[in-house]
Design a protein around this ligand. Sequence first.
Ligand code: FO1
Length: 485
Amino acid sequence: MGEDKRKAEGSPEGGPAKKAAPAKSVNPKRVRELRRGAVDGSGPVIYWMSRDQRVRDNWALIYAAQAAAQRGVPVAVAFNLVTEFLGAGARQFGFMVRALRLMQPKLEALNIPFFLLKGDPGETVPELVKATGASLLVTDFGPLRLGRQWREAVAGKLEVPFHEVDAHNVVPVWVASDKREYAARTIRPKIHSKLPEFLTEFPELEPQAAWEGAVKPEPVDWDGLLAEVLERGKAVPEVQWCQPGEDAAMEALAGDKGFLSKARLARYDEKRNDPTVPDALSGLSPYLHFGHLAPQRAAIEAAKRKSVHKASVEGFLEELVVRRELADNYCFYVENYDSLEAAYDWARQTLKDHRNDKREHVYTKAQFEAGQTHDKLWNAAQLEMVHAGKMHGFMRMYWAKKILEWTASPEEALELDGRDPNGYVGCMWSIAGIHDQGWAERAVFGKIRFMNYNGCKRKFDIEKYVARVDAMVRDAKAAAKAAKA
Ligand code: FO1
């Protein structure tokens, strides 16, 4: 999150390990047994990919490949496409399926067949394990409820061992801390102390033993599949500014115009809370969310530039590692992470005390969605989200705070979208004080930290931001019209 949060909690000292030593094998602390048992038999290993949709820098795939190599058996990757995922539509499914399509030949070049499954993973994954006679199922870890339910359903139907690998966090979530952490200041030293062990270079994947199983993947009709997913929630179309896949992700990180290029990294420290400077931010969120980029790769590459851009690199690593992993910690240890019940007592009490305060403005969900409030700054943030598929990090905080202010109840304000631990934590920080502290009491917000228009005005040029979004919306509409014609 933004500068305000950091100021409240003190700025990070130090940083991750300066030098990333290459790891030969996967640290066993990254792995948990979801279904126990000895791995035996000559069946292949299957990696059910879900959160970490990439070939390179993927501890779950490396683990599956190593387990296979130890016994001289082949390894395959399976991805299960669901019909519904937490309100995702054409924009998200399109991005994801396009990247899967780019990934398939990369896997095949390593002799790793790719199975695209469709439907309920609780059915399709155990069926594949059975049909291929697999001796081990591996998956990647994610803290969200839905993914956990999928894994539980799969584990309940298996007769072979099932291992989960945290391929997303630099320090595996269960190693970083064994409990819900109160705030960044409590998890930060725990993460930093474990970085020398975990922030290591990834080994490269070697070509695998040839797949000799009788069950071979069916060819994927990618065009058909894409057409199918683009029908979902098509009112929100795909975005053009962000190309899917792991190569595009590496380019966005370390390419000539990437985030770690000199000019951009130099801007990050001073300008990341100024929404009028769009490319001061990393722009890596979609790649991190879909696992096209390993946060650990981003951390390794950023750390290499620390001697030149110390403040920017430290600030980025704080967001990328400490804040991101705090979000996973929260969703992992808090059952009802998306409900007000997850707030601390002080926050619940203060919201209760102010439940009946008069709201100066109350908007419906439709008014919010269409960006039709009285506040041009808020509307611009909303329209940036709708048309560009992203919202500046600083504006996210303002956006969520105002929803708390302008809805009838905090429960209603929480009905925001989020398909990522970061999204849930962002909303819960803004509305329910998660990972924050109490502030001076005021109407509606109670002791929840307040943000207002005038505060933004002091920080950046609101007119410039609104004009930038207006121009972007005009371009996006013109492009959509041209695409239809
Ligand atoms: N993961 C899957 O394994 N299958 C899907 O069909 C799928 C769709 C999807 C759509 C939008 C989105 O934002 C993420 C999506 N994911 C999907 C990835 C998902 O974030 C992770 O699998 C989570 O870890 C599951 O809880």
